[in-house]
Design a binder for this molecule. Structure first.
Ligand SMILES: C[S@@+](CC[C@H](N)C(=O)[O-])C[C@H]1O[C@@H](n2cnc3c(N)ncnc32)[C@H](O)[C@@H]1O
Length: 215
């Protein structure tokens, strides 16, 4: 089992706690996004921590939510023949440190994806969504609704890490039921743990959201 030392740095106090009812003003989203370390994980890191083999992405349309624009993963994916779009709300912030170019980089939030319905075969988020959302219902429900809307029938989303402390909340259960009622299949794989600020173990899950194929 992973002890997730590598992603402990992604865990902010806010993100590993409960999700409560309510909303935040949209202009506060940037505060949460910019709180993140804009890390640049390799394809190997993605495969290891997300427990995926990216061979299945070759020739498919993939959205990396909260990925590093033109980062290590994006460059390796391109070399492999993966049709990858990287979405990140902090592009102007990141561009202060490194040049960003290319058509496959889009500025935006997962809560309001700038894509048509049924665009992607796979959506992935590593160390970004849902862990960097404000811990309130509206942010979580918008994010999951948008991910589901933009998946093609038969498509799948993989999100890591999703914290056990979040999964237990009523708000999350409600969001999960909403997705199940729309025909989603949800799989939660226990992939390890992180330590909270009291050094207590918080379980970490990989969440897979599958959208049914049209039969
Ligand atoms: C810790 S980094 C992970 C980056 C990359 N996935 C990696 O592993 O190297 C988290 C990223 O999530 C992005 N992010 C934060 N809130 C977001 C949101 N609401 N929608 C999309 N991306 C978001 C941040 O801008 C940040 O670059």
């Amino acid at each position: 089992m992973n002890d997730f030392k590598g992603i402990e740095k992604f865990v902010s106090e806010k993100s590993s706690k409960r999700v409560e009812a309510g909303s935040i003003p949209e202009d506060e989203r940037m505060i949460y996004a910019n709180e993140a370390i804009h890390s640049d994980s390799s394809l190997k890191d993605y495969e290891r921590w997300m427990t995926i083999n990216t061979d299945r992405f070759v020739g498919k349309k993939i959205l990396d939510i909260g990925g590093m624009p033109n980062g290590k993963f994006a460059r390796a994916a391109k070399t492999k023949g993966i049709d990858l779009v990287t979405l990140n709300p902090s592009i102007s912030e990141i561009a202060k440190e490194r040049p960003i170019k290319g058509r496959n980089v889009i500025a935006g939030y997962v809560q309001n994806l700038p894509f048509q319905d049924e665009t992607f075969d796979y959506e992935i988020s590593y160390g970004a969504i849902p862990s960097h959302l404000a811990p309130v219902e509206k942010e979580y429900s918008d994010a999951f609704n948008e991910i589901f809307r933009t998946l093609k029938p038969g498509g799948q989303a993989y999100l890591v890490p999703v914290y056990g402390s979040v999964l237990k909340t009523e708000v999350f259960q409600k969001i999960k039921e909403g997705l199940l009622n729309r025909g989603a299949e949800i799989i939660l794989d226990d992939v390890g743990f992180v330590l909270d600020e009291n050094k207590a173990k918080v379980k970490v899950f990989k969440m897979t959201v599958k959208k049914k194929s049209r039969s």
